[in-house]
Design a protein around this ligand. Structure first.
Ligand SMILES: Nc1ncnc2c1ncn2[C@@H]1O[C@H](COP(=O)(O)OP(=O)(O)O)[C@@H](O)[C@H]1O
Ligand SMILES: [Mg+2]
Length: 440
């Protein structure tokens, strides 16, 4: 968790930084927005920006958006001035943190923003095997491909490998190759020089450089365009990159982890993935089993998630009723651990009484299994309401509908949708703008 504090340094900011550090954040400080942007462009990444409410927050959020720095912005200031807080939120800050800093609030904010230092939960023999292999290869610098269905924990394992490696103290940078528009991915990965293309207002360091000496996770690598794969191969082979529009290669020391939910070998056979890149990356292959292939893990996961979400919602953790357990064990979990986590989150919120009963267990595909006829009818209805509409339109409806189903909880909604919180945030931002435009 990297926190960048923007604003004139004083004792209260010092105290807030200290609290964040005690919570494991690495904190950097810059006196104003220009200095902060310069730091970001230079590759000193941040996950969270905390900006003094007296700074021009709109300028900051606009610049971040313009230059595609995806991070959460939070404003801080003296509480008494409530108009300041409202103005900060209007200018694009996600929260307002009152000063003097409150330890609990800061912890809550950090927790909400970090995808937390993940514990890796498992009990089954197949997962034990995977973890053993992961631990074995972690200390080496070998590239690793992690494959498995969506929601099986590929990113969790990638993060684990980094933490168990010699590079643990160095950056762990992740790029979702599927989430970034193709024409921007090259500059996202390799950075660009000022003026390299329209919109390149300043030099920008890419993810490769940001991850130097550490680990770079190329998430969903199979989604990368084949032309860019050639450049990626070169970067890996020659251990250097060219920034877009640059004329001086930059030497790098990186370990690459890549995830995919496709069968890369098949992708190679069908000409969608370069064979040479495949061989370059595929030094070690970790294959994560689907949750339905390791049912022994379901119980330990449910306990873990009940605890986690009870804590997060300040309620007492309840045990599962035998009927609830039966439902969980009988389900085939197409969305794997991610789906189980969502289900348990919802169950914790829905449960009333002394146990979590089966009524609180809502499974997305259960109706299909139980009553195929009804399910087919629903499917047809759903198809009819989709056909004839653009993908964008349907996507927007799905996203907003899911968010409202989750009572506005973005983390939860992103999980259900199977997208990152970042992607969700960007989508909502997009919609917010069009909504504003429509209203105007
Ligand atoms: N072994 C595990 N221990 C704890 N949480 C897990 C584990 N595997 C998956 N998860 C949780 O399930 C969700 C999906 O994991 P993720 O690594 O994003 O999956 P993938 O990248 O394969 O789609 C995350 O919220 C993650 O915290
Ligand atoms: Mg993933």
């Amino acid at each position: 968790m990297r926190l960048l504090v923007v604003g004139a340094y004083d004792a209260q900011i010092g105290a807030a930084s200290k609290m964040a550090k005690e919570r494991g954040a690495s904190v950097t400080h810059s006196p104003d927005i220009d200095a902060a942007l310069a730091m970001l462009r230079a590759g000193k990444g941040a996950d969270l920006v905390m900006v003094d409410v007296r700074q021009n927050i709109r300028k900051l959020t606009d610049a971040l958006k313009e230059e595609r720095f995806f991070m959460t912005v939070i404003a801080f200031g003296v509480e008494a001035k409530s108009e300041d807080a409202a103005a900060a939120i209007r200018a694009g800050a996600k929260e307002f943190l009152p000063l003097p800093p409150d330890e609990k609030l800061i912890a809550a904010v950090l927790e909400a923003i970090t995808e937390e230092t993940q514990s890796v939960i498992y009990k089954s023999a197949p997962m034990e095997k995977v973890i053993k292999l992961a631990l074995q290869v972690a200390p080496s610098d070998a590239h690793v491909i992690i494959s498995g269905e969506s929601g099986t924990g590929k990113e969790v394992i990638a993060n684990y490998i980094h933490r168990k490696s010699k590079r643990a103290g160095q950056p762990f940078i992740s790029v979702n190759c599927a989430a970034i528009p193709e024409q921007l991915l090259e500059s996202e990965l390799f950075g660009h020089e000022k003026g390299a293309f329209t919109g390149a207002v300043a030099q920008r360091i890419g993810k490769f450089e940001e991850a130097n000496n550490g680990t770079l996770l190329l998430d969903e690598i199979s989604e990368m365009d084949i032309r860019l794969q050639a450049k990626l191969l070169r970067a890996i082979q020659e251990k250097q990159i060219d920034r877009v529009g640059g004329n001086k290669p930059v030497k790098l020391n990186l370990r690459i982890l890549a995830t995919t939910n496709r069968d890369l070998k098949k992708e190679v056979e069908q000409g969608r993935f370069r064979e040479d890149l495949y061989f370059r990356l595929n030094v070690i292959h970790l294959q994560l089993p689907a949750l339905r292939q390791r049912k022994e893990d379901i119980q330990i996961f449910t306990e873990y998630f009940i605890k986690k979400y009870s804590q997060a919602n300040s309620v007492n953790p309840l045990p599962l009723s035998p009927k609830a357990v039966e439902r969980l064990m009988g389900y085939h979990w197409p969305g794997n651990v991610r789906e189980l986590e969502n289900t348990m989150h919802r169950a914790v919120l829905l449960a009333s009484g002394k146990v979590i009963d089966d009524e609180a267990i809502i499974l997305s595909e259960e109706s299909e299994q139980a009553a195929p006829g009804i399910a087919a009818g629903i499917k047809e209805m759903a198809m009819q309401s989709f056909v004839g509409r653009s993908l964008d339109e349907v996507e927007r409806e799905l996203i907003l509908g899911t968010l409202s189903h989750c009572l506005g909880n973005r983390t939860h909604a992103a999980n259900i949708l199977g997208i990152s919180i970042r992607t969700l945030r960007n989508k909502l931002k997009e919609y917010g703008e069009t909504l504003e435009a429509e209203e105007a």
